[in-house]
Design a protein around this ligand. Structure first.
Ligand SMILES: [Zn+2]
Ligand SMILES: [Zn+2]
Length: 312
């Protein structure tokens, strides 16, 4: 290849990466902006005593369904292969995780695997530890880890971090149809609100509580695993990184906040290493899938297996 061809190829690559960075930026703005608007409306409805049991029921149903999709699906199944699943399992976990609105599955997994490859060192997409030691620098780092990283220009390469998933046709299809799943995640609670509540007002409440506000809550809990769980909490495993167990978020993160345990044994399907009281709803859900025959070869924690982890 001559020099001018070389330059034009490089220019095309730069253009492609700039446009995908722009797309990521606008996706992040839409996710954060839309869900925050939903939280403001939900706050207003709460303050004016308009909230019904149906609203809360739809919030809990769609919150925990999509939280399991993210933690048991996007995280333990797709990012770490903590168990093997049928194609039904792949579609179920892929759809529920996509409905959370945290980005397409390949984006999510590539970013997360990069986090494990460079935990709390240069190259980590969302570490709170890399901005300096002053109080101001720590606050800046915390903000970056929580939400700022979504708007950064550094995308984790899918070719480098998700070659196995790019070979899986079902996952590529789920990734391509990401926006449809997000939309379905908003339409379903709206329809249920209309069918059960019987009014357009109930439908709108379903859209807010089971849709946008649910998305707001889960997004911030998931991002808290990146920010809070690399800042506050206990470190029963003495690791080089700053990952922590934060019991306070155990239930809303459906087990994801036992994050020091997770970094100690990332390929594990269970995060309850020290006690069965470390409630790990995703781990229990995976066990339930196992009973149904939808999850096999479930990797449970064993200290002797610590060195087997691929993305540690
Ligand atoms: Zn981490
Ligand atoms: Zn992980």
């Amino acid at each position: 290849m001559n020099q001018s061809n070389n330059f034009s190829t490089q220019n095309e690559q730069i253009k492609a990466s700039t446009s995908s960075n722009k797309l990521t930026y606008w996706m992040a703005l839409l996710t954060v902006g839309g869900s925050t608007l939903g939280a403001v409306i939900a706050g207003y409805q709460l303050a004016t005593e308009q909230v019904t049991f149906l609203d809360v029921g739809l919030l809990l149903l769609f919150y925990f369904a999509t939280a399991i999709g993210v933690e048991a699906g996007f995280h333990r199944y797709f990012s770490h292969s903590a168990f093997k699943g049928s194609s039904f399992t792949t579609w179920l976990m892929g759809i529920l995780g996509s409905m959370a609105g945290q980005g397409p599955v390949l984006f999510w997994v590539a970013t997360h695997r990069k986090h494990h490859a460079f935990t709390d060192i240069s190259g980590d997409p969302h570490s709170p530890m890399l901005h300096g030691l002053s109080i101001l620098a720590r606050i800046k780092g915390f903000f970056h880890a929580h939400i700022g990283w979504l708007f950064s220009n550094e995308l984790a390469s899918w070719g480098k971090f998700t070659p196995d998933l790019l070979r899986n046709r079902a996952i590529v299809k789920i990734n391509q149809s990401y926006f449809s799943w997000v939309l379905i995640g908003l339409i379903l609670p709206t329809l249920l609100g209309l069918l059960i509540g019987g009014t357009l007002e109930a439908a709108f409440h379903g859209f807010i509580w089971g849709g946008l506000f649910r998305m707001f809550l889960l997004d911030h809990i998931t991002w808290s695993v990146n920010s809070l769980c690399h800042t506050f909490g206990t470190k029963p495993h003495k690791l080089k990184d700053n990952s922590r167990n934060l019991a306070l978020l155990g239930i809303p993160s459906v087990g994801g906040s036992w994050h020091n345990n997770h970094h100690a044994y990332p390929i594990g399907a269970r995060n309850d290493h020290q006690s069965r009281w470390q409630l790990d709803l995703s781990g229990l859900f995976i066990e339930f899938l196992g009973i149904l025959g939808l999850a096999t070869q479930i990797k449970r924690y064993a200290p002797t297996k610590l060195k087997e982890s691929k993305y540690e």
